[in-house]
Design a protein around this ligand. Structure first.
Ligand code: GTP
Ligand code: MG
Length: 273
């Protein structure tokens, strides 16, 4: 059996899988799991100490799935405890808080930690990842919008869901799709791509949308030096307009990026003789 593939139990078509949660402290990992498994929400913060373990049984396409959930502590202090638990995982719930930008920016370092712990022979392509943009009920304080989160997740071939453990929004849907994707992946002999999470845009498009979002001024947005000529501005604009036109680009956030590029060009041309 391929490393990382779950143990299959025939007959009865029951499947045993291991799922872990990952993400910064206080983003809501334990609450998401509690909301799904126990249908309740606890507003008081009770930090997970090292790791919490639970078993649940779910039915996906008439198949019994026994899920071992390892809910990890997000605090750096617990690194030594959680690093043991990365191996033999079929699914990862990667959580950030939409009102805490740093928790979104930390997602890459969570992937890096997992990769490091799996070692040179560990294969992250065998694992289904689902990203939860959590606490969407905190609308007033939201600072990571849907297109930004979705772009990050979908660029990597991960599932993406907007969730609130408090209201329950998105939680059942997330778990259903997540478990279904794991089952499909296992039944398919561990082969990708899984149709509903295939990537419908290029890396160049994704990188440019991110670059535009983070640019400091109109020059930067078009990728030209301050003081560039009309021709240079127009050339840069045309290139980006072709790349990001919403009719052609399916990447999350392409429409806003396209509008920003149009506005940047207009603003620059106004001041260039
Ligand atoms: P660690 O175990 O320390 O890694 O944290 P965690 O990610 O498990 O966070 P936890 O689930 O304990 O939730 C942290 C705090 O956020 C708690 O006070 C929760 O009540 C709150 N919380 C979790 N999810 C939501 C949500 O969707 N909306 C709101 N408003 N609060 C939430
Ligand atoms: Mg926790």
């Amino acid at each position: 059996m391929e490393a990382g593939m779950p143990k299959r139990k025939e007959p009865g078509r029951s499947l045993r899988i291991k799922v872990i949660s990952m993400g910064n402290a206080e983003v809501g990992k334990s609450c998401i799991i509690k909301r799904y498994c126990e249908k309740r929400f606890v507003s008081k913060y009770l930090a997970t100490i090292g790791i919490d373990y639970g078993v649940t049984k779910v039915y996906i396409k008439d198949r019994e799935i026994k899920v071992n959930i390892f809910d990890m502590a997000g605090h750096p202090f617990f690194y030594e405890v959680r690093n043991e638990f990365y191996k033999d995982t079929q699914g990862v719930i990667l959580v950030y808080d939409v009102s805490q930008k740093d928790s979104f920016e930390a997602l890459d370092s969570w992937l890096a930690e997992m990769k490091q712990e799996l070692g040179p022979h560990g294969n992250m392509d065998n694992i289904i990842f689902t990203v939860c943009a959590n606490k969407i009920d905190c609308t007033k304080h939201r600072c990571v919008d849907e297109s930004e989160g979705r772009l990050w997740a979908e660029s990597k071939g991960f599932l993406y869901f907007e969730t609130s453990a408090q209201t329950g929004e998105g939680i059942n849907e997330m778990f259903q799709m997540f478990y279904s994707a794991i089952v499909d992946f296992c039944e398919n002999g561990g082969k990708r791509p899984i149709p509903n999470i295939s990537i419908s845009f290029t890396k160049e498009q994704a990188d440019n949308i991110r670059r535009i979002r983070n640019s400091k001024d109109s020059w930067d947005m078009l990728g030209v030096k301050p003081g560039a000529t009309r021709d240079e501005v127009n050339k840069a604009y045309r290139k980006l307009a072709v790349l990001l036109h919403p009719d052609k680009c399916m990447a999350p956030g392409s429409e806003d990026a396209f509008k920003a590029v149009v506005n940047a060009r207009t603003a620059l041309l106004k001041n260039i003789k």
